[in-house]
Design a binder for this molecule. Structure first.
Ligand code: ADP
Ligand code: MG
Length: 349
């Protein structure tokens, strides 16, 4: 295991931290602004915790501060105020380290810029290890290629690989050093949908086998809902929600989280009341919590039908209210059809 970089703790020592059961990585009141004509607030008063040995996903719309947070955790950026600690020790910023990045962590970036395109897969991975122990270097490279299921590609040049294969090499390069934390920024962007799921499953099983801690940035709910143990939801650099995926999905604490994770329909109290439900607050209604029945006298009209394979996403409208409804693929729905909308479940916000 790599030894974590330590810098003098200003109050607690790691043993205290472990006894108190604090998260592996935790941030308190972190702020980070970028200088521009109008200063850009990327992270604002953010407090968070990341548990050891699991997958935490940072999710939010584009520009919400996800990549900035990942860089702050790794130490590529320093906070303007507040602090981030790893095992209780403050993470050193870029000015405090010769080689940027925390020694106990590795980061896999969005592109493949850190791969040597003209070298083969084996050399790209082996080059991360020192030559002081040649046997160990061979053993660890072989084991890591095997674990990432790219041993059969060992002699191939990076330039000849697919996006998904390159991503596996990038991961192998990061993992061969046995980091305690793996940071990934939108790691599946360039991976074909058909390979994405097996790569996600492989990362999950590595986490389960090795107690590796993974922090993953994503804007795609389908990716993080199945993969992550914990979610950190960001909007404009602020923490909107944190919790386990099923909990945040079924009981979103606010409209942003409901829309982001479930593409939920968010209605104001008066709108919901007009649908016959007596509530005093806005509510989230996920598309699968609604159903429609054809009725010539129905008050809603079908506006749009999107075929999605085993289901269809149907948009219905009544005046100012537009709702997305998931309908079984076998049901025949026509554009302009009048329908009744049934609310089978809703979540008050
Ligand atoms: P995300 O990864 O969620 O898309 P980022 O963390 O990259 O968001 O960016 C958050 C905000 O900070 C955005 O408004 C972005 O334009 C700005 N930002 C990020 N990096 C820089 C930088 N190096 N210089 C200036 N502005 C930046
Ligand atoms: Mg980003």
């Amino acid at each position: 295991m790599a030894t974590p970089t330590t810098s003098a703790p200003s109050c607690s020592v790691p043993n205290d931290v472990q006894r108190m059961g604090l998260p592996l990585i935790h941030g308190e009141h972190v702020n980070r602004t970028f200088a521009a004509k109008e200063p850009i607030v990327a992270i604002s008063d953010l407090s968070f915790g990341i548990r050891e040995g699991g997958i935490t996903a940072i999710i939010g719309e584009s520009g919400s501060g996800k990549s900035t947070l990942l860089k702050l955790i790794y130490g590529l950026l320093g906070p303007d105020s507040g602090e981030i600690r790893y095992r209780g020790w403050r993470i050193p910023g870029p000015k405090e380290k010769l080689i940027p990045g925390h020694d106990a962590m590795r980061m896999v970036s969005q592109g493949f810029d850190d791969l040597n395109t003209y070298a083969n897969v084996w050399d790209n991975v082996a080059s991360q290890l020192s030559n002081t122990d040649i046997e160990g270097k061979f053993r660890d490279t072989e084991a890591t290629l095997g674990r990432m299921r790219i041993d059969h590609l060992a002699k191939q040049r990076i330039a000849d690989l697919s996006g998904g294969e390159k991503q596996r090499v990038g991961l192998a390069r990061a993992l061969v050093n046995k980091p305690e934390v793996l940071l990934m920024d939108e790691p599946f962007n360039q991976v074909d949908a058909s390979f994405r799921e097996t790569l996600q499953l492989d990362i999950r099983s590595i986490v389960e086998e090795t107690r590796l801690t993974v922090v993953l940035v994503s804007h795609d709910p389908s990716e993080v809902l199945s993969m992550a143990d914990e979610l950190i939801v960001l909007k404009s650099g602020r923490l909107m929600a944190t919790g386990q995926p099923p909990q945040l999905y079924h009981q979103p604490p606010n409209a942003y989280t409901a829309r982001l994770l479930a593409k939920s329909n968010v209605l104001e109290a008066d709108e919901v009341q007009s649908l016959g439900i007596d509530v005093a607050t806005a509510v989230a209604i996920h598309p699968e919590w609604l159903s429609i029945t054809e009725n010539e006298q129905g008050s809603f009209t079908v506006q749009d039908i999107q075929f999605k394979g085993f289901y269809q996403l149907v948009t219905v409208q009544r005046g100012a209210i537009t709702l997305n409804v998931i309908v079984d693929a076998a049901v025949v729905v026509g554009d302009g059809t009048r329908v009744d909308v049934n609310i089978n479940h809703f979540h008050p916000l």
